[in-house]
Design a protein around this ligand. Structure first.
Ligand code: COA
Length: 401
């Protein structure tokens, strides 16, 4: 694991020279503002490029296991065989949920709480079951326990919601295979496990997105890792961030056949609705993760899946891109990661309500890595606001107002 002093010496290189990091100009949504330095991922929005810990996403995501990918993010290098086996065993050992987490999930299921809210509530209980302190002075020991338990929590909640008993995790299965197993009780095929690994790897980290920034703000105050992850889950839940793939798939189902794509999508755009799975704050070219997941979806669907749905989605995508270019020629709106996320996860028989929680299960590894980076070079994140209110008001007693 990276130790504190390995990163502590890094000097901010752009704090004085980058004009957009100054505090005199209001930048809505902090668009383009550089608010951190990170070795974790690099996005070139104009070129449609994503690098994760040095690897192009299309090089590593379809090949690595999620455990290898997490090890890479947390250690800045791939593990050798022994390190990988140890890391897998460590995660597998931490998978079981403490009783309090199950109690909270049961109470949430009784009230039919939405899945992301249940995950946020369940994740909060994990501060009651922190692993014993170790000589490792990073956040990764606690992080491993958190990361290992999130899929167990999602699967347990889903089953409780459907009046089924949660399935105990199996330590002999990989992180991805065990997640699918805990949902259905069936051990997944290597192809299905590969598809989930590819998905989890593709979305593990993505620069200073809204949920990662949320986690950083929380950790920068000196708060704890569970609080940072709980806050990040709350940010990820929003439809403009991690909540898009469910609606994206619903749009494909609503369209039903390729000949209806233009009329349905045009009607949405005429109503000023957004087409879910398109557009991005940073990418002005095609999101490279869309290509990685389109290829993963194609392999999955060719292997006994619903090829008609895959072909319909392809056709919906082409129509959407044509209409978005017509309605917003200046914005260069392209397919984002969520469109093919929806197809991959649906092909794995995950219900739409589990799309965002499954995104969270992966991104937790990225959040933890960013929190550790922040902790190692910490400065309280505290931007300024521009005051646009009135001044000089005088107090008037309530009877006189
Ligand atoms: N469908 C239709 N119009 C879209 C659009 C979409 N998916 N995404 C952006 N636009 C339009 C907006 O309506 C706006 O038009 P206007 O200037 O005429 O009002 C313009 O493009 C700019 O949108 P804005 O929200 O200011 O840009 P942003 O950089 O903040 O948007 C997203 C980024 C992701 C929030 C936005 O593209 C979106 O809402 N996409 C759909 C949700 C989604 O797929 N989210 C997952 C992201 S990975």
């Amino acid at each position: 694991m990276l130790k504190q002093n390995q990163l502590k010496t890094r000097e901010p290189t752009n704090a004085k020279t980058n004009p957009s990091s100054g505090n005199s100009r209001f930048i809505p949504g902090l668009e383009g503002v550089i608010a951190a330095q990170s070795r974790l991922s690099y996005i070139n929005g104009q070129a449609g490029e994503l690098i994760i810990a040095g690897f192009p996403v299309e090089e590593i995501a379809p090949r690595a296991s999620f455990e290898e990918m997490t090890y890479l993010l947390w250690n800045d290098r791939l593990p050798n065989r022994q390190e990988l086996d140890e890391f897998r065993a460590r995660l597998a050992k931490e998978r079981r949920l403490p009783a309090i987490a199950l109690d909270v999930l049961k109470a949430a299921a009784a009230q039919r709480v939405p899945t992301m809210d249940a995950l946020r509530m369940g994740a909060g209980t994990l501060s009651l079951s922190k692993p014993a302190p170790t000589s490792d002075d990073t956040l990764f020991a606690e992080g491993a326990a958190l990361l290992a338990r999130i899929p167990t929590m999602i699967a347990a909640y889903w089953r409780l919601l459907h009046r089924q008993a949660p399935i105990e995790p199996r330590p002999d299965l990989s992180h991805a295979a065990n997640y699918l197993y805990m949902l259905s009780g069936d051990e997944p095929s290597p192809q299905r496990t590969r598809a989930l690994d590819t998905y989890l790897n593709t979305v593990i980290d993505h620069g200073l997105n809204a949920s990662t920034f949320t986690a950083l703000v929380i950790i920068s105050t000196g708060s704890d890792l569970v609080s940072a992850i709980v806050g990040a889950i709350g940010a990820l839940k929003g439809p403009l961030h991690g909540g898009a793939p469910g609606p994206a798939l619903n749009t494909v189902f609503e369209i039903g056949e390729a000949s209806r794509a233009e009329s349905v999508l045009r009607a949405k755009l005429d109503r000023n609705e957004r087409l879910m799975g398109f557009g991005h704050r940073v990418y002005r070219a095609r999101d490279p993760r869309a290509d990685v997941l389109a290829a993963a979806a194609e392999r999955l669907y060719q292997n006994g899946g619903d090829m008609a749905l895959y072909n319909l989605a392809k056709s919906v995508e082409q129509t959407a891109l044509r209409l978005l270019a017509e309605y917003h020629p200046e914005r260069k709106l392209q397919t984002n990661v969520e469109f093919y996320t929806a197809l991959v996860l649906h092909g794995l028989a995950l219900p739409t309500d589990l799309f965002s929680p499954t995104f969270a299960a992966s991104r937790t590894a990225g959040w933890i890595a960013h929190c550790e980076e922040q902790r190692e070079q910490n400065k309280l994140i505290r931007p300024s606001s521009e005051y646009i209110g009135v001044r000089g008001r005088r107090w008037v007693p309530v009877e006189a107002r």
